[in-house]
Design a protein around this ligand. Structure first.
Ligand SMILES: [Zn+2]
Length: 238
């Protein structure tokens, strides 16, 4: 996931860019919001408003993902760990941290900073709702962003590598055993377990008739498994 096809500039000295796959997820999310989410929540808007709000909401969702990655990056930089790049792609975003953390505590704080940023954003958009309520599209935007940031924070806390919760697990096992390598193997194997659960859940959803959602969950599981496997290979050579 180090590829970065379209540079957007840099924040805090970190190059920020888009992977080509980002355009696919941006189009999908915009369509989903304009065609089903917003029409179900707010039946009286015109088609133009649905599409404009779909695109604006999708853009602000990815701005939220960028802030989540900046949360990780800020804590890393504070501990003098270089951040090579932040890339938005089909599964969200990734901050590429250049060095291994110097201690279990540093690993823990870098990992937890992302979900905490998402929870803070969820709280912010939740608190904005009363002020936005006279204008339906603004209210809808604040409601969706509160919900999606809460979901993003919670999903990332699933305790399996490469998710943030997996890095927290790695920090905890590292602190207990004093062995970073062993901690990595544990977190990556738990991550593979969760990845297979996602694939099974996705397959079950497909069989129960939810083709799109099921394929998406299975696809995420496949991605998490391949990332966890790659980390195991790097750590153990097998
Ligand atoms: Zn994260």
């Amino acid at each position: 996931m180090a590829r970065q096809h379209i540079p957007l500039g840099s924040i805090l000295g970190i190059p920020v860019g888009l992977d080509y796959s980002w355009f696919l997820i941006f189009a999908l999310l915009t369509t989903l919001l304009a065609n089903s989410y917003y029409p179900a929540e707010f039946p009286d808007w015109t088609p133009g408003v649905y599409w404009a709000m779909g695109a604006v909401t999708a853009l602000l969702f990815f701005a939220s993902v960028l802030l989540h990655e900046l949360g990780h990056s800020l804590v890393a930089l504070r501990h003098r760990i270089r951040v090579r790049s932040i890339t938005l792609h089909i599964f969200g975003g990734i901050a590429e941290i250049a060095d291994e953390p110097s201690s279990a505590a540093v690993e823990f704080f870098v990992a937890i900073a992302g979900p905490l940023t998402s929870f803070a954003l969820a709280a912010l958009f939740y608190m904005l709702q009363p002020a936005f309520s006279p204008v339906e599209p603004l209210l809808g935007l604040a409601e969706y962003l509160a919900y999606i940031n809460l979901s993003l924070g919670l999903f990332n806390l699933v305790p399996g590598y490469p998710l943030d919760g997996g890095r927290v697990l790695r920090a905890v096992v590292w602190a207990i055993t004093g062995n970073m390598r062993r901690a990595t193997v544990v977190a990556a194997n738990v991550g593979r377990g969760f990845a297979f659960l996602f694939i099974a859940l996705g397959a079950w959803q497909v069989l129960s008739g939810n083709l799109g959602g099921g394929l998406w969950i299975a696809f995420i599981g496949w991605f998490l498994n391949s990332e966890a496997r790659a980390e195991l290979l790097r750590t153990t050579g097998r």
